[in-house]
Every structure is written in C-alpha cells, then in structure tokens.
Design a protein around this ligand. Structure first.
Ligand code: HEC
Ligand code: HEC
Length: 400
C-alpha cells in the first residue's frame, strides 16, 4: 500500500490506467476492465449481472472500483486476497478475459508496441518487467488512485457546514436507525460479511434463480451461520433434522433459533425441559441481565417487548424452562406478573416456577458449536430499530 514515505510511482499508475482501459489483452480483443467498471456508471456496468467475453454470463454483478483501495474484503464472497490477487486472477478468468493462461496474455501484450517502455519505466529495476504479476501491481496502483472524497469527508474533518441540513438529518437517522452497526469504517461499509435474508428467506423474497450460495461456496465451512425461525416441530422437524442440526453444531456450526418455544425442548432435551406459554390477560415483563444481546439498547427501548397491555400474543409469547448446566448461559428472562407472591418459601418458589422462564438462551454445545435460542418475536427486524439491533447483536454474539 502507498504511504507518504513510499508513494506509488506515477509511471506505475499511468501503466495501470492504460492496461485498465485496454481491450486488446482479452481473448477476442474487445473487453477491458473498463467494460464492466465504466467511469460513466461510477465504476460499475449498471447491469443486474455482468456479461463477460463471448457473452458469457457472470453469476454476480460488478461492484464499483471507486474506493476499492479502502476495501479489505474483495469480491462479494471475499474470494480474492487483495486488489493485486483480483487482477492476476481476472487476467485469465474465463469470464473477464477468456485467455487460457498467463503466457497467452503476455504474448498478446508483447505484440502491442508501446508497452515495453511503459513497463520499463514502471518497474525500472526489473530486467523482464512484462509479467502478469506486474500487470496486477500496475492496475492495482491505478485503482488505489480512484478515491472519491465527499462532503461527508469534509464534515468528518471538522467542517460542520460542509453538509447541507437535510444530509445532516439523514446522517443522524443513519446512526440512530442502526445502519452504522454494519456500515462503518473508512468506506462506511464493505468490511464484513452478512447473511442475506436474516429475517426472511432471501431467495424466496426475491424470487432470484439460480440460488447463489455465496460465501458458503468459498469457505465450505460448516461454521457458517444457520438461522431458523418459527419452526413447527410437527411439520418441520423429523428425527433426521434433529440429528443433522446437532451434527452441525458438533462440527462448530452456529445456529440461531428465532421465534421458538416448542422446538428447543426437542432439539436440546438435555438443556431445555419445556416451555411456558403466555395466557390471555397476562402482564409480562422481560428482565434484562448484563448480556451482550442487549448492547446499545436502553431499558426503555425494550418497552415494546414488555407487554403491559395484556395483549396475546405478547412479543415473547413463550418462555423456555431451562436446566442448570455449564453449557447454558441465560441471557434474558421473562416473568408473568400476577400481583403478589404470597405464602411460604416453598409455595413462593413453586409459584415462581410457574410464571418465570427464559427468553434468550445461549447453548455452548460441548465447546464446539453455539446455538442461541430466542423466543422474542423479531419479525419487525427490518423496520423496528430495536428488533433490528437485537437481531444484529445475536448474530454478533454467535459469530465472534
Ligand atoms: C465481465 C465484466 C468484468 C470485467 C471485464 C472485469 N470485472 Fe471486475 N468485477 C466484475 C464482477 C461481476 C465482480 C464481482 C465478482 C464477485 O464478487 O464474484 C467484479 C469485482 C471486481 C472488484 C472487487 C470490488 C469489490 O467491491 O469487492 C475489483 C477491484 C474489480 N472487479 C476490478 C477489475 C479489474 C481491475 C478488471 C480488469 C483486470 C476487472 N475487474 C474486469 C466484473 C468484471
Ligand atoms: C446487518 C448489517 C447491515 C445493516 C444493519 C445495514 N446494512 Fe446496508 N449493507 C450491508 C451489507 C453486508 C451490504 C453489502 C456490501 C457492503 O457494502 O458492505 C450492504 C449494502 C448496502 C447498500 C448498497 C451499497 C453498495 O455499494 O451497493 C446500501 C445503500 C445500504 N446497505 C444501506 C443501508 C442503510 C441505509 C441501512 C440502515 C437503514 C443499512 N444499510 C443497514 C449490511 C447492513
């Protein structure tokens, strides 16, 4: 990376710019980086999915190359290590280049007079500078100059007036709504992986076909997160499913069970004894212990989850009855409030037992995988900032 002490040589950037716009290096000599990353479209091709050489369809769309120098995850699925790695692989990719190997690229390059002196100037200490690795160096050097400072940058550096009032109000909303939970850092985003469709099945909601398994195809990692919501044990869960889910956890998998009360006792009989269902006319209150699930939320934010209007179902219509166990951490409780607890110690304990249960429980499955069992109803996660924040916190807790 460039710095004040070691700036990128101008000659290297110039060479990179020429290569970025040069269509002659690809198989039919008619496609360059700039075909899909066009300046007129702010570094994209404005297509839902890109079309490569010989009309070959690309499975994904082209993100912008503007500010790509600030990225630490390259490609949607993070399957490139750096900008240099991205270019080196693009040079012989069947879709972006079509050239069979690096030699074919270099042969083509050597037939374009004019490049030899540019390579010599950009890599003065190298006797044979025209190699794919240097193409990658040069194009990446050019990409690192494609920075687009904005009014927001001026605002951040202390000039309050740089952004008009509407933009400042938007920024406040962006922060308060919780967008910043994921959109932060130099590029205001692009720095983390998130599962598409946390609240709803993404592929069902969008009707996209074929299904892109995303990063799971790159990592082949069973530790990837599974989110299951509103399962009905009668119709959605047979003994094979139970075995598969437990197997997933035993291999280090992560499981988030949402809106569940009846499934947990079946999946985790050793930890969950059963559940309590809220009844008509109950007033209930969620008790919030010190727990990372509630980070960034104030007790008042949780009013919505505390049902003081005797509505059924409440936002936690079920509470789990959990066994004491080293593998279990209780993250939130739910208490149904019915006046006083009277009587002697035993009587009161029995009464408590009937009105109190857990609404968020962490299960560390023999130090391998981790599951979060939550009975909170978070359907409003996309529109309600508190529900959204709770969901983001749960995912954070599972993944880190
Ligand atoms: C056929 C169209 C096409 C061509 C030609 C092409 N790209 Fe891309 N580019 C894409 C697509 C599509 C993606 C997303 C790929 C993915 O995520 O799987 C992408 C991703 C990238 C990214 C990652 C951006 C990010 O936000 O992660 C960079 C950087 C990039 N291309 C640079 C280049 C360079 C440099 C060249 C020329 C060597 C090039 N591209 C040629 C379509 C193209
Ligand atoms: C749970 C994490 C998360 C939250 C919360 C979130 N986003 Fe995103 N958003 C992402 C991810 C991941 C992407 C795709 C890649 C990237 O840019 O990081 C994305 C992409 C976007 C994009 C497209 C960017 C592009 O380059 O194409 C926009 C616009 C956006 N989000 C706006 C918002 C707004 C506005 C909010 C708040 C209402 C928000 N996001 C909340 C994770 C989140």
């Amino acid at each position: 990376m460039a710095s004040a002490e070691s700036p990128i040589p101008r000659e290297r950037v110039e060479l990179g710019r020429s290569l970025f716009f040069d269509p002659r290096l690809t198989i039919d000599g008619n496609m360059s980086c700039s075909s899909c990353h066009q300046p007129a479209f702010y570094g994209t091709d404005a297509h839902p999915k890109s079309i490569g050489v010989q009309q070959r369809p690309h499975p994904r769309n082209a993100p912008t190359v503007l500010n790509a120098g600030a990225l630490n995850i390259i490609h949607w699925r993070g399957d490139r290590d750096s900008l240099e790695d991205q270019v080196a692989k693009a040079a012989t990719s069947p879709i972006t280049s079509g050239q069979p190997d690096e030699k074919a690229v270099i042969d083509r390059l050597s037939r374009v007079t004019g490049y030899a002196p540019l390579f010599a100037a950009a890599f003065p200490r190298e006797p044979q500078p025209a190699i794919v690795q240097n193409i990658a160096q040069a194009i990446s050097a050019y990409e690192r100059t494609l920075l687009t400072p904005s009014l927001f940058d001026a605002y951040l550096s202390g000039n309050q007036e740089a952004m008009p009032p509407a933009a400042r109000a938007g920024l406040a909303k962006f922060i308060n709504t919780g967008c910043v939970a994921c959109h932060n850092g130099v590029g205001v985003g692009g720095g983390m992986y998130q599962k598409f469709g946390v609240v709803e099945d993404y592929w069902k909601a969008t009707g996209s076909d074929p299904i892109d398994k995303g990063r799971a195809d790159v990592t082949k990692d069973p530790a990837d997160l599974y989110v299951l919501s509103g399962l009905d044990p009668k119709t959605d869960l047979d003994t094979n499913d139970v075995r598969d889910l437990r197997l997933l956890l035993s291999k280090g998998g992560k499981l988030l069970l949402l809106d569940n009360g009846t499934v947990s006792p079946i999946l985790f009989p050793e930890y969950v004894r059963g559940s309590l269902v809220a009844t008509e006319g109950d007033i209930s209150n969620m008790d919030v212990p010190e727990s990372p699930v509630f980070d960034g939320l104030a007790p008042l934010d949780l009013r919505y989850f505390n049902n003081d209007k005797r509505e059924v179902p409440t936002v936690c219509k079920v509470a789990l009855k959990v066994r004491q166990d080293d593998h279990v951490v209780l993250l939130a409780k739910h208490v149904r409030i019915h006046g006083y607890l009277s009587g002697g110690m035993t009587e009161r304990a029995q009464r408590m037992e009937k009105i109190q249960g857990e609404t968020v429980v962490q299960v560390d499955d023999h130090d391998q995988g981790r599951a979060l069992l939550s009975t909170l109803l978070l359907e409003k996660g996309t529109v309600d900032p508190v529900a959204g924040k709770l969901l983001a916190n749960m995912i954070e807790l599972l993944m880190h």
